[in-house]
Design a protein around this ligand. Structure first.
Ligand SMILES: C[S@@+](CC[C@H](N)C(=O)[O-])C[C@H]1O[C@@H](n2cnc3c(N)ncnc32)[C@H](O)[C@@H]1O
Length: 429
């Protein structure tokens, strides 16, 4: 039985946090809005502590069986969101005013009897409202489902890719055991696919491939600031050097580093389609900056093929290896070997999985869910601190491992364990 004192203590911790945040709650936007666009570290901590206390209170109020049973609600929250996304229901509801369930059923092609129950389930999450029986209008959340591209890409990723894959994870483990192949995934089982996810989407479901790209663009630019990479490695000490940004995407990291360190030059490598877009955007944005333009180049290159740029000072792999199983990571490191000069650094900037209880509960839940997402979709994973050195050892004994350094948010030394860590190895030739 919950102890009453504890219940009151937890509830009052929530209340104290709510008082601190109250002035920042925007009732129209239904969210916290902070000056400068984001919370301070202290406000961020208050939010995490309050959310953790809410989860704890909920667990105590529901008890063990009730807590497990309540997970079933989440399943059908996702299932109804999937249907809303799949049938584009939000787009068929007028921006202002109402539509009847019957009209909506006919315009979306869903049987009336199902649609009403699906919408009423969604309404328990404040997605749509029913001001008069059998008529539907938007809430703020449902109207964002219709009009906000970030919200649509996020829901699409959850509903189309992650939700069906999560349901197949156990089956995939039975079927594929310890296979590390990027094709032996829960996602492949859920989609009856025989290619890795991105290839299959591009070949068979271009609209879902675009949705995945949009989701990554948002998640990536919002969640992974570049300053920690700039601050946590001594780039200035390299002097005049060339840096190869392997799997560099649109070149964000190289461009930020090139701006900060004028002696460095960069080659951004990625698949052809990616570097073409990255190069076009870079050239558009730097019309007035010829000096910067001259220091960043783009090149199509598959990281699994031998590295064509020989003798660079640093080969950077930022958030590339967490997309790949161990075998492929080893192959990517080996493909660098023919290009490495003595003393060259291979610098990995990637997630490092925290140990149990190292982060606050919500941050840990996010990290663990990202880890299982990587497994379900790609047969990849987030590696713990001790799991990086063996990759280099397997790749070549001439790599000298330099260690894993968790990134600090800036030089003031505030640790932010959610950010990518710096993992370094030197080629001793
Ligand atoms: C999460 S993104 C990170 C992009 C970039 N490094 C950054 O920090 O913004 C992973 C990138 O790795 C690229 N990638 C994955 N496997 C690759 C391979 N075999 N060859 C080249 N690029 C690859 C993907 O195309 C994608 O752009």
């Amino acid at each position: 039985m919950p102890n009453h004192q504890q219940l009151v203590e937890i509830a009052s911790a929530i209340s104290t946090a709510a008082e601190k945040l109250n002035d920042f709650y925007d009732e129209e936007a239904l969210e916290l809005r902070f000056p400068g666009g984001k919370p301070t570290n202290e406000q961020g901590q208050t939010i995490s502590q309050a959310l953790e206390a809410v989860l704890q209170l909920q667990r105590m109020l529901l008890g063990p069986l009730g807590s497990i049973m309540s997970l079933s609600g989440g399943l059908f929250d996702l299932a109804s969101l999937h249907i809303i996304h799949d049938f584009e229901i939000a787009k068929h509801v007028p921006t202002e005013g109402t539509v009847t369930v019957a009209e909506l059923a006919s315009s979306c092609g869903i049987p009336h009897v199902h649609l009403r129950r699906i919408l009423r389930n969604a309404m328990t999450n404040r997605i749509f409202t029913e001001p008069v029986p059998d008529t539907i209008s938007h809430t703020l959340i449902s109207s964002r489902l219709a009009h906000d591209p970030v919200m649509r890409a996020t829901v699409g990723m959850l509903a189309d890719e992650m939700f069906p894959a999560a349901a197949c994870l156990s089956r995939a483990m039975r079927k594929y055991g310890t296979s590390m192949k990027p094709t032996d995934t829960a996602w492949a089982l859920a989609n009856d696919a025989h290619r890795p996810m991105v290839e299959e989407l591009e070949a068979e479901h271009p609209e879902r491939a675009a949705q995945f790209a949009a989701f990554m663009k948002y998640n990536w630019s919002v969640q992974q600031p570049l300053q920690p990479l700039i601050d946590n490695f001594d780039w200035a000490a390299l002097g005049v050097q060339h840096i190869v940004d392997v799997g560099g995407g649109m070149g964000h990291a190289s461009i930020a580093l090139a701006k900060a360190f004028p002696d460095l030059t960069f080659t951004v490598q990625d698949f052809e389609k990616v570097v073409k877009t990255g190069e076009r955007m870079f050239l558009e944005e730097t019309q007035e900056q010829p000096e910067l333009r001259n220091r960043v180049r783009f090149m199509a290159h598959d990281a699994l093929e031998d590295q064509p740029i020989k003798g660079a000072g640093v080969y950077l792999l930022r958030s590339v290896l967490h997309d790949w199983p161990d075998e492929n990571c080893v192959a990517i490191l080996q493909s660098l070997v023919p290009a490495l000069k003595k003393g060259a650094t291979v610098l990995i900037n990637d997630y490092v999985m925290p140990g149990p209880g190292e982060l606050d509960l919500l941050a840990e839940r996010r990290a663990r869910s990202l880890d299982l997402t990587m497994t379900s979709l790609f047969n990849a994973r987030e590696r713990e601190s001790s799991e990086w050195e063996p990759l280099f050892e397997k790749a070549d004994s001439r790599f000298q491992f330099r260690g894993v350094k968790p990134c600090l948010i800036n030089k003031t030394g505030v640790p932010t364990k959610r950010l990518l860590s710096i993992i370094q190895s030197t080629w001793i030739g």
